[in-house]
Design a protein around this ligand. Sequence first.
Ligand code: 13P
Length: 253
Amino acid sequence: MTFSLTTPRPLIAGNWKMHGLEGSLDEARAVAAAVAEQPPAARVAICPPATLLHRLAEAMAGESVLVGGQDCHPASAGAHTGDVSAAMLVDAGAKLVILGHSERRDAHQESDALVSAKVEAALAAGLEPIVCVGETLAQRDAGQAEAVVTGMARASLPAALAGQDFALAYEPVWAIGTGRTPTVEDITVIHAALRAVLVERFGDHGATVPILYGGSVKPDNAREILSTPEVGGALVGGASLKAADFLAIIAGA
Ligand code: 13P
């Protein structure tokens, strides 16, 4: 992909979801070694489960692989058993955080308003949020994909993002973990609609915010997806768990 001084480098972020034990750090070390040997066009991040965050951050010290969380609580501290605050992610070494992933919106009933509050908390702690939106298959089949994702984006992106580093990620729910991907034309339409929302909300800054695509990004489709108009990177699930696959995707940016 081409980029200029006003266009940030693309971002390729691996979302390990609820995968990974101590031994998985070797995959991240292999990614870091390859990235150091041949610096890619993209910024590279790995978002492990919270239990590995600190160990991964230590393993990535001095490397150019960023470390990110997968969620945070909107409060800075308090009686919230099992939750993790944005400041705790920073304390563990995170630079970024994925927020509003469809798996959390679905399994934990996260609303747009809650996601927006989490984004504000992440910004206050100094994290770069990656805010996810995406339609279900039923919504796409009903012709509502564009309306759904633009509505989610408007309601999930707080005004506090103005002038801040962040990314928006389009992740069609039906493409996640299924091996199915939208056509390049479908991605182009949705990303253009999201770009319009970003410009409407944030003006010139909104024109430069990376819009990532996520959902069954693999080594064999990464280059095509990453060269689609308005695609500023990828959020990668399953294929980020193996260094060789993740590196092949990174090379496609
Ligand atoms: P897969 O790449 O496994 O489809 O997951 C995508 C995703 O949910 C990334 O956040």
